[in-house]
Structure formats: C-alpha cells, structure tokens
Write a protein that binds this ligand. Structure first.
Ligand code: NAD
Ligand code: MG
Length: 400
C-alpha cells in the first residue's frame, strides 16, 4: 500500500509560513509515502516561503502581490526550483480548488482566509479547517456549501478536533438523536487567567502573546488572552456540530491536556487528551479515519499529576459574553464581532489601545450595527466592512 503512487495525497497549505502551516508541513514531511505538497502560500515572510519551497518542492507558491512575486521568482530561479509563483486572492483560490488537490489546510489567519477556504469547500475538497474566523463570519453559507459540494470538513482547532473524536460517526443525524447532552469546550484561561481586573489595564502585547501552554500566531494569542478565542470557538462549535449555543459550555482547564469533552444523556462524558501540540489534531485530520505518527511525545500522566477545572470569569473576560450573545443573535452578529475583534487586536498589538478596550470597542460596534441576515458572500463582506469602519471610527473618536 505504501508504494501505491495513486494513494499519495496532494496537499495545499494556505498560510504555510504560520504556526499551523509549519506544524502541518512537519507532519507531512514525516510521511512522504502518503503526502505530497502541491502548493504553499505566504504573506509577509517571503524568505521563509522560499525555504519551504526548496524543502517541499510544491508545484505552486502564492504571495500577496507583484512585488513579492518578483522577489520570490528570482530567488526560486537562483535556487534551481521549478515552483511556479501566483499572486493575490485569485492565486489563493486557484491553489485551493485545483483539480490535482486532494486536501487543503486552511491556515490563513482572519477574514483574509474566507474566499480561499470557501473555494476549497466549493471544489469539494477535504478541508482541514484552522481558519476559524472564516466559519464564524459566514457559518450558514459555509455549511451550506459543504453540504452542496460534498466537501469533507475536518476541524483542526484542538477543541473541535477533540469533540469530533468524542462524537459518534453519525453525529450529523443531530446531537439530540445521538444522545449528546452538552459539549464541554475547554479553555486554558490564557496568560491572564489569574491577573486581577485592575492589572489588565496595563498588560502589554508581549505579555498577551506569551501563552502558558501553546505557541501560536500573534492574533490568536491575543484572542486567547482576552478569551475571545473561546468565544469564536463557541460559534465555530455551533456550526460544525449543529449545536445551539446553550448546548456548549466553556470550562477553564489550565493544563490544556483535555482538549474538550462530550457529555451524553446516560452520564458518560468522553474526553480527548494529549500534549498541547497542534501536530496531533493536524495528523488526526490529515489521516482521518486512519491514525499516523505526528511526532508528538506520548502523554506522561504521572508528570502532569493533576487536572484542574474552573468556571470562566465573566467579569474579567467580557469577550466570552459578547461572543455568546453574537452566537445567539446569529445572522450578521458573529461577522460583526469578528471584524471588530480583528481591528481591536491589531490596534492593541500596535499599542494604540489598552487590553480592556478590546472588549469595550467590540461591544460598542455590536450595539451600533443592526443584526441583518447574510444571504450571500457579498452581504457577509459588507457586514465585515461596516464593522471595520465603525471600529476605525471608534479609534478616531478615542484619539487613537
Ligand atoms: P500565524 O499568524 O502564525 O500564521 C498566519 C498565516 O496566514 C501566515 O502564513 C501568513 O502568511 C498568512 N496570512 C496572514 N495574513 C494574510 C493575508 N491578509 N492574506 C493571506 N495570507 C495571510 O497564525 P496561526 O497561529 O498559524 O493561525 C492560523 C489560523 O489557525 C488562525 O485562524 C487561528 O485562529 C487558527 N488556529 C491556530 C492555532 C495555533 O495553535 N496556532 C490553533 C487553533 C486554530
Ligand atoms: Mg483552539
């Protein structure tokens, strides 16, 4: 079987230079008999993308514009590489939907990943979804596209991958039908889990990005610190598993060893455990329904010794409440929440706003922007743009 050339899967990695992209390439490189890299994309780290092209020899690489394309083409030619360079969103959509591609890792951060991820879905690919913002923005359209194209959607977010592993294969019949009482979404609590409310006003981007358990990109690190990440994940879980928001409970679990749990009506609670290393969910989704080595060390329960659980603190982490409200309001509310959050996180990373203002700004934008249905991708992007404009207005009003 291992020598059967037709069994080799060709993979596109969108966001190859990021934290998830690099972990994906690490797993792929462990199994050359199973996986071959078809295409990679990068955004600002062109030198890193060049090194990845030399190592993984993709047919295509995608960069944001003509200038970076010229630079990468020259460097590839000097390195004797035959990788072809494409540009912009059109290039991303092309490598996501090319007929040669078997699976697409969607690991671009934020709204920028929506069109290419949807292109992979519409082309009926196996889609490994890390880009949670894409699903949060366009949940109804996204899941409709999955059903229509027959794409196989596999969650990469460690919590959702854990839930997926703890659910029966026929969960698509409905959570009630398969006896699920609740989904328990675990959260590490982030770097400020024990920081008193008053101390949060002075935390820096460096402190916010220093996550105790996971090494991740800067945007998701700030989201973890504000617990907006768990809020986005709540919305993500509702779409992936067709769950009402009230069926998803957040449990703070500081060790990040249990990646989430499913509570059944008979009192059984199934959990998935593992070291906090994204190569486990990546390997799980890549090989599903088989299992392959991910390079992750075996879990040492004696070293971990104990597992703790707490209720989230709604006062210190208002983003969680805002996300739950957006999940309940549905329609455009999650897209507005996501867009305002992207602008707020960027402003916080640029030291233009303080940490507690992230939630303050998002709350005001949500109050200003009416909740409307999003029947098309154009409507999704219109809501996204309106929320970004209101967020920038907030920054101007506050002199930032
Ligand atoms: P990262 O910042 O390390 O990488 C982001 C990638 O997206 C990079 O390859 C970058 O080149 C690309 N990119 C950024 N802006 C872009 C744009 N405008 N257009 C095209 N490409 C662009 O982020 P990450 O930590 O790897 O996270 C990626 C996604 O995976 C996010 O949606 C995040 O929420 C999700 N995720 C990450 C982790 C993790 O452990 N890092 C865990 C769960 C989910
Ligand atoms: Mg997660």
């Amino acid at each position: 079987m291992g020598c059967d050339v037709s069994a080799v899967q060709r993979i596109t990695v969108l966001g190859a230079t990021g934290s998830i992209g690099l972990s994906t390439l690490d797993v792929i490189a462990r199994h050359p008999e199973r996986y071959q890299v078809f295409a990679l994309s990068g955004y600002s780290r062109i030198d890193e993308l060049l090194a990845l092209c030399v190592q993984h020899r993709p047919a295509y690489a995608v960069v944001p514009n003509g200038e970076s394309a010229a630079r990468l083409r020259a460097a590839l030619a000097a390195a004797g590489s035959s990788t072809e360079v494409l540009e912009g969103e059109a290039g991303l959509c092309a490598i996501a939907s090319a007929p040669e591609v078997d699976a697409v890792m969607a690991a671009i951060v934020g709204a920028a990943g929506l069109r290419p991820t949807l292109a992979a879905v519409e082309a009926g690919k196996k889609v490994l979804l890390a880009n949670k913002e894409a699903l949060v923005m366009s949940g109804a359209l996204f899941m409709d596209a999955v059903r229509q194209s027959g794409a196989v959607l596999l969650p990469i977010d460690s919590e959702h991958n854990a839930i997926f592993q703890c659910l029966p294969a026929d969960y698509g019949r409905g959570l009630n039908q398969v006896g699920v009482r609740r989904i328990l979404l675990t959260a590490s609590g982030g770097p400020f889990r024990e920081t008193p409310q008053a101390g949060l006003a002075d935390v820096t981007p460096e402190q916010a990005c220093a996550h105790p358990n996971w090494s991740m990109g800067r945007k998701i690190s700030v989201d973890s610190a504000s617990m907006m990440n768990k809020g986005l994940e709540l919305i993500e879980a509702c779409w992936l598993f067709d769950a009402a928001p009230a069926k998803v409970e957040v449990v703070v679990h500081p060790q990040s060893v249990i990646h989430s749990l499913v509570d059944y009506v008979d009192g059984s609670v199934l959990a998935q455990l593992g070291n906090p290393d994204m190569r486990t969910p990546i390997a799980n989704a890549l090989a599903w329904p088989e299992r392959i080595d991910s390079g992750v060390a075996p879990l040492d329960l004696f070293a971990i010794a104990r597992l703790d659980f707490q209720a989230p603190d709604a006062l210190r982490f208002p983003c969680l409440r805002l996300a739950r409200q957006a999940a309940e309001a549905g329609n455009s509310a999650p897209a507005v929440l996501n867009a305002a959050n992207e602008i707020a996180v960027e402003a916080f990373l640029e030291r233009r706003i303080r940490f507690p203002e992230i939630a303050g700004m998002i709350e005001q934008v949500l109050e200003q922007e009416p909740v409307v249905p999003l029947p098309s991708l154009e409507a999704v992007f219109a809501a996204d743009q309106r929320a970004r404009e209101l967020s920038r207005e907030w920054l101007r009003r506050h002199g930032r």
